[in-house]
Design a protein around this ligand. Structure first.
Ligand code: SF4
Ligand code: SF4
Length: 462
C-alpha cells in the first residue's frame, strides 16, 4: 500500500505509472492546458496583450478589452461567473476539476512524476532506494546523484512555470528579456521557490490540507454528483472465489472478482484504497479505474472501480435537473447577460467630471458666474488611438463660454484637465442647472451629466 495507517506520520506516496483510457484523457487535457498557459502571454490583440493583469498600471487586458478600476463591475461579474461555473461543474461532475484540470494535478502529472520516474525508476526502485541511507558507497552515491538531478529538474520546471505565470502580470517580453522591474523578478523567485517546495515535498498534502476548493466539496456536491466507487457487490469477497474458479476452469462467479492485486492502490496519487469506500481525499483522477481495467480485462470483465454517483449505487437514476443545478444555471445566465449588456454599452474611453475642490461657483467682476470642473479622461482605445478629444457642453444658455484646453491622451493613459463653464452677467438661470458635458473623439463619444451652480439669477455688477 502507498500509505500504511500510521497516525500523525506522513507516509510518502510512490504512485505507480499506469496506462489506460483515463490516462490518455489526462495527457490530452494536460497538453492542451500547457499550450494555452505557455502561448497566451505572447499573444496580443488590437495592440494589447491578449491576457495580462498589469497591477502597477491598474489595468486588465483581456481579449482586446482594457479594464480599469472604474470597470470593477466587470471584474466582479467575471469572478462571480467563474465561481458559479465551478459550483455548477462540481454539482454535476464532482471533483473532475481536481483530477483533470487543476494546475496542481496537471503539473505533477505532466512534469514531476515523469521526471521522477525517468531519473529514479519505477515505483519499486524508488521505494527501495528511499529505504537506503545516504552513504559514501556506490549505492549511497547513486542515491545522491539521482536525488540531486531530480531536484535540479524540479527547480528548472518551477522556474519555467513561475516565469510563465508572472508573464501574465509583468508582460512576457519584458520578463523574459530582463527588462521587467525588480519586484517582478523577486515575485517570480518567490513563486518558483513555492512551486519547488510543492513539487519536491508538499504534493498531495496541498489538496488535503490547503486547497479551499477541496474543503468545500461536502457543500458543493450531493448524491447525484460524479464520484469514483468500487463495486463491492462484484468485488467481494476478495481473492477467494474468483481466482480459484479461473484456476479450475469453472465459470466465473458473479461475486468475488477482486483479486487483491492492490494495483488500484499502487497507482493512486492520493494514497487511497478506494475499496474502503468514498473518501474525501479522492480527486477522481481515474487512475484506479485504468489500473483495475488492466486486471479485469484479462477476465473480459469491466473494472471494479468506476465513475458513478451515490444515487446510482443506491439503484436510482441520476438527475441532471435538480434545485442546485437549476439555480446555478439561472445565476450563470443572469451574470452572462448582465456582462454582455454592460460590455455592449461600454465606451472606448471613460470620462469623470468632478467639481474642482473648494469651488462651488465664482462670481466675476462683470456679474458673470463661473463653475470650474476637473475632467478626468481615461483612454482605453484598443486600436491605440490618442484622440483628439473635443469638449462640448449642452443645457447652458446660448451665450455661455466653455474654456478648456485641447486634449490628446496616449492609449491606456489617463489625463485630468480643468473645464471652465461661464455664464455672462445678466442671464436668469436657476441655482442648480443640469448640464451635460460631451467628450468626442474620432472613435467614440461619451456624455456625462453634472450641474452648473449659481446663486440664482445672474445679474451684472451694479
Ligand atoms: S482513488 Fe482513484 S480516482 Fe481517487 S485519487 Fe486515487 S486513483 Fe484517483
Ligand atoms: S485493481 Fe481491481 S482487482 Fe486489483 S485490487 Fe484493485 S479493485 Fe481489486
Amino acid at each position: 500500500m502507498n500509505r500504511p495507517e500510521i497516525a500523525g506520520v506522513r507516509q510518502w506516496i510512490y504512485a505507480a505509472r499506469i496506462k489506460g483510457k483515463y490516462q490518455s484523457i489526462h495527457r490530452a487535457s494536460g497538453l492542451l492546458l500547457h499550450a494555452i498557459l505557455f502561448i497566451t502571454p505572447w499573444l496580443s490583440l488590437g495592440g494589447h496583450p491578449m491576457l495580462r493583469l498589469d497591477l502597477p498600471g491598474r489595468r486588465l487586458y483581456a481579449f482586446g478589452q482594457i479594464f480599469t478600476p472604474s470597470d470593477t463591475i466587470f471584474l466582479v461579474l467575471i469572478g462571480l461567473f467563474l465561481a458559479f461555473s465551478l459550483f455548477f461543474f462540481t454539482a454535476l461532475y464532482g471533483r473532475l476539476w481536481c483530477g483533470y484540470l487543476c494546475p496542481q494535478t496537471v503539473f505533477l502529472e505532466e512534469w514531476i512524476r515523469r521526471i521522477e520516474e525517468r531519473i529514479e525508476g519505477d515505483r519499486a526502485s524508488r521505494m527501495a532506494r528511499d529505504r537506503l541511507p545516504y552513504t559514501l558507497d556506490a549505492k549511497g552515491l547513486d542515491k545522491v546523484w539521482r536525488k540531486g538531478l531530480k531536484w535540479t529538474g524540479f527547480a528548472a520546471v518551477a522556474g519555467l512555470l513561475s516565469m510563465t505565470v508572472m508573464s501574465y502580470f509583468s508582460g512576457a517580453t519584458a520578463l523574459w528579456t530582463g527588462q521587467a522591474d525588480e519586484v517582478s523578478y523577486a515575485l517570480t523567485g518567490a513563486l518558483g521557490a513555492l512551486l519547488f517546495a510543492d513539487f519536491a515535498w508538499f504534493r498531495e498534502q496541498f489538496c488535503n490540507y490547503l486547497c479551499p476548493y477541496a474543503r468545500f466539496q461536502g457543500a458543493l456536491t450531493d448524491e447525484e454528483s460524479l464520484v469514483i466507487a468500487y463495486d463491492a457487490r462484484r468485488g467481494e469477497p476478495r481473492r477467494s472465489l474468483f481466482r480459484a474458479a479461473k484456476a479450475k476452469g469453472e465459470p466465473l462467479p458473479q461475486e468475488g472478482a477482486c483479486v487483491s492485486c492492490d494495483k488500484c492502490v499502487a497507482v493512486c496519487p492520493q494514497g487511497i484504497d478506494i475499496r474502503n469506500g468514498f473518501q474525501l481525499e479522492c480527486i477522481t483522477c481515474g487512475r484506479c479505474i485504468d489500473a483495475c481495467s488492466s486486471v479485469m480485462s484479462k477476465f473480459n470483465l469491466e473494472p471494479l472501480v468506476h465513475y458513478t454517483t451515490i444515487a446510482e449505487t443506491e439503484g436510482r437514476s441520476p438527475k441532471v435537473f435538480r434545485p442546485r443545478t437549476v439555480a446555478y444555471s439561472a445565476l450563470l445566465l443572469g451574470i452572462a447577460t448582465a456582462f454582455v449588456a454592460l460590455l455592449a454599452n461600454r465606451h472606448e474611453f471613460e470620462v469623470a467630471v468632478n467639481r474642482a475642490p473648494g469651488s462651488l461657483y465664482t462670481i466675476d467682476n462683470d456679474g458673470g458666474v463661473r463653475n470650474t470642473y476637473l475632467l478626468r479622461v481615461t483612454n482605453n482605445s484598443p486600436e491605440g488611438l490618442t484622440g483628439p478629444f473635443e469638449l462640448h457642453v449642452t443645457g447652458m444658455p446660448a451665450d455661455a463660454e466653455i474654456i478648456s484646453a485641447p486634449l490628446t491622451i496616449e492609449p491606456s493613459q489617463q489625463a485630468t484637465v480643468p473645464l471652465i463653464v461661464r455664464v455672462p452677467g445678466g442671464e436668469a438661470i436657476p441655482r442648480a442647472l443640469p448640464i451635460t458635458v460631451h467628450v468626442e473623439a474620432p472613435f467614440d463619444r461619451v456624455s456625462v451629466h453634472t450641474t452648473f451652480m449659481s446663486g440664482g439669477s445672474v445679474t451684472p455688477e451694479s
